[in-house]
Write a protein that binds this ligand. Structure first.
Ligand code: RIB
Ligand code: CA
Length: 330
């Protein structure tokens, strides 16, 4: 069993990752910290509670609110992808009696700030705790800057972020999580604790099509299936208008569906055999204009021994992982 802390900016795909993590017996989710990214951290924190409310858990992880602003850059959000509330606008949905369809879990947000909770957990579980970062790396970097000695006791940091031999999804060169806070990402990649990166090179290989989603949840009445149905509508439409229309011009590929980016780091921890990774020395462009937030690594070369290496996931058995995902979350 692996003890993990999930740092997240829900985000529809963050929600799917949280469902998968909380339904994976290989993992114990000790805590969840929120961060500004897809939406502002105030909304992201409420979304964590809403997601936990969908699962009706016997034991709810500690939830703490993290940083509102990136280390240096002004905040950029992605409400145009994930909806104004970050979860596909499910907050507007009502039951027949007019009550909100989705209510937050019955738990308090910790009075401990997110960065302090990360440090508390790192000290409490030395050489055991794995941090799974599903949003901009602001909280992780601030924890490193605050108390590097405690953060060196982390076992591993698994990051959804970056793009190496793929175009970015915010600019031509940058993936969203790194673009929002490139300075934080540079801190994390240079720190020296083992880092395992799931970049767009891997996460773009998994497509949850509308057809597949319908096949998996049609007629099911469970709360997770209902959430998947309700929360993915806005995302599917964004992809239809802004992703597939552009990409399908390049190659004869999917023209429907969404990427479930954040679910892959969870799979890397529980089912590493589904994934292939290489060692690489990863750097981040923090000053560039056209390339700001770009992650740079030569995936072909042997890593330079003097620098901390990252593991970079370059391949996933997409169908196997997607089948596993649905088997687990229901
Ligand atoms: O680029 C995809 C990443 O940015 C995902 O984590 C998504 O939730 C957004 O945070
Ligand atoms: Ca995310």
């Amino acid at each position: 069993m692996q003890r993990i802390l999930i740092d997240t900016d829900p985000g529809v795909d963050d929600a799917l990752a949280l469902f998968l993590a909380l339904k994976s017996p290989e993992l114990r989710v000790e805590a969840i910290t929120s961060v500004s990214g897809n939406v502002h951290v105030e909304q992201a924190t409420q979304n964590v509670l809403t997601i936990l409310g969908v699962l009706e858990l016997d034991e709810v992880p500690i939830v703490a609110k993290g940083e509102a602003q990136p280390l240096v850059k002004p905040l950029v959000t992605a409400a145009h992808v994930h909806g104004e509330d970050g979860l596909g606008n499910i907050s507007t949905l009502r039951n027949a009696d007019g009550s909100p369809r989705y209510l937050p879990a019955d738990t308090e947000i910790s009075s401990t700030p997110g960065v302090a909770l990360i440090l508390e957990m790192a000290r409490h579980y030395p050489d055991e705790l794995v941090v799974v970062a599903l949003g901009p790396l602001t909280n992780i970097a601030k924890a490193i800057r605050t108390d590097p000695v405690s953060m060196r006791r982390l076992r591993n940091i698994v990051v959804m972020g970056g793009a190496f031999e793929e175009y970015g999804n915010v600019t031509t060169t940058a993936e969203f999580n790194i673009f929002v806070d490139p300075h934080a990402a540079q801190d994390v990649f240079n720190f020296g604790v083992p880092v395992h990166i799931a970049p767009l090179d891997a996460t773009n290989q998994v497509v949850l099509t509308g057809e597949r989603l319908h096949a998996e949840i049609a007629g099911r009445r469970d709360s997770v299936s209902q959430f998947l149905k309700d929360s993915t509508v806005a995302c599917m439409e964004f992809y239809r208008q802004h992703v597939w229309s552009r990409r399908s011009l390049q190659a004869n590929i999917e023209t429907d569906g969404i990427h479930i980016h954040d679910a892959l780091p969870i799979g890397i921890l529980t089912h590493p055999a589904y994934f292939e990774s290489v060692d690489a020395y990863v750097q981040v462009e923090t000053e560039g204009n056209l390339t700001n937030g770009m992650t740079i690594a030569d995936l072909r070369e042997e890593p330079q021994p003097q620098h901390p290496k990252a593991r970079v996931c370059v391949k996933v058995e997409a169908e196997t992982f997607l089948t596993h995902f649905f088997e687990r979350i229901r």
